[in-house]
Design a protein around this ligand. Structure first.
Ligand code: FAD
Length: 315
């Protein structure tokens, strides 16, 4: 590859994410990798253990601003490609960056290879259908890497300072495409990513009361709480609690799934979970195929028992 790869470390996506992106860049034929942090907080980028380009990142993680920031950094280091996490922020900013650079973009990448000098990216976007896309060698390549898809790599640490890039002009913002609104993830995403014990709240847990009951059980066990998409969609839990394809990746020692069906879009965020226990009233639920311990029961029966046991472990 002609220039280094720029890996973009997004705050709040869990430790080691920069190192995962580095592994992806190396799989894509890049020996030289430079990290760019989207956080003014150096530890977020230092965790990447890479050459670090320091500059003033955009305060709001807006796709247009992030794309302009990464674009300027890529020019400064002569990068030939950029690797971002396939979060909503990373994916939208990646698309906007590719549009700015008239480059090639591939999202939800789970594997990379170099074939006949061309970068070939495998996208899991339409899973179970996987698509291999050969990216033209003469185009700037933008790769949005699925969190957890590549085992973290390590590299040497050094720092370089970049002049802050100029804010995009209105015309540039227009050119960057239609994507505008991005989320900024508060610290809970980190809590989910690093949790040793994680309780997953699925649609089988009913209403706010049900969520609060499971959250109380989690707190009493020193566990963190995450959720499937339906509860995020209702707004009952923050987006930073979402685990899966569109959210965080977690690697707990134990995941306890309450009323979670086991959709692949959720389980993809738990591939590195060590042990999984599930409570579901449907014996055919897909979660049981992945579970180490399965309890076929109604949560209305199970939750009171768990609450009683916690209140009086001798009972
Ligand atoms: C592009 C795309 C991206 C997506 N990204 C994500 C993602 O990142 N994360 C994610 O989670 N989802 C994601 N989804 C949604 C995903 O496909 C599923 O719809 C979602 O995970 C289902 O959530 P659930 O298991 O809580 O709900 P459901 O599928 O409705 O399952 C609820 C389960 O609870 C059980 N149940 C019901 N009542 C009780 C009870 N009283 N006691 C015990 N069990 C009970 C039922 O048997 C059922 O198995 C995505 C979907 C798409 C298309």
């Amino acid at each position: 590859m002609s220039g280094p790869a720029l890996v973009v470390v997004e705050p709040g996506t869990g430790p080691g994410r920069g190192a995962e992106l580095t592994a992806a860049a190396r799989a894509g034929g890049h020996e030289q990798v430079v990290a760019l942090s989207l956080s003014a907080d150096p530890p977020a980028a230092a965790a990447a253990d890479l050459d670090l380009v320091a500059a003033e990142p955009p305060t709001a993680l807006d796709a247009t601003a992030v794309a302009a920031f990464v674009d300027a950094a890529a020019s400064a280091v002569g990068a030939s490609s950029a690797f971002l996490p396939a979060t909503e922020t990373g994916t939208a900013a990646g698309a906007a960056l590719a549009a700015r650079r008239d480059g090639a973009f591939c999202e939800d990448v789970i594997a990379l290879a170099v074939r006949d000098g061309a970068l070939v990216a495998t996208s899991g976007r339409e899973e179970p259908l996987l698509a291999d896309l050969a990216l033209p060698a003469d185009r700037f390549a933008v790769i949005a890497v699925r969190p957890g898809a590549f085992p973290p790599a390590t590299g040497a640490t050094a720092e370089r300072q970049l002049a802050p890039p100029a804010a995009p002009t209105a015309a540039e913002a227009e050119d960057a495409g239609e994507v505008r609104l991005l989320e900024s993830r508060p610290a809970a995403a980190d809590a989910v990513a690093v949790a040793g014990v994680l309780f997953g709240i699925g649609r089988g847990v009913e209403g706010r009361d049900g969520i609060e009951r499971v959250a109380a059980l989690a707190a009493a066990n020193g566990a963190a709480v995450c959720a499937t998409r339906p509860h995020i969609a209702t707004g009952w839990l923050g987006r930073d609690r979402l685990v899966g394809r569109s959210g965080a990746t977690a690697a707990p020692r134990l995941y306890v799934a309450f009323g979670v069906s086991g959709a692949s879009q959720h389980l993809v965020g738990l591939e590195r979970c060590e042990a999984l226990a599930a409570v579901n009233n449907d014996p055919e639920a897909a979660i049981f195929a992945r579970a180490d311990l399965g309890i076929v029961a109604d949560l209305d029966d199970v939750l009171p028992v768990l609450e009683r046991l916690l209140a009086d472990p001798a009972s």
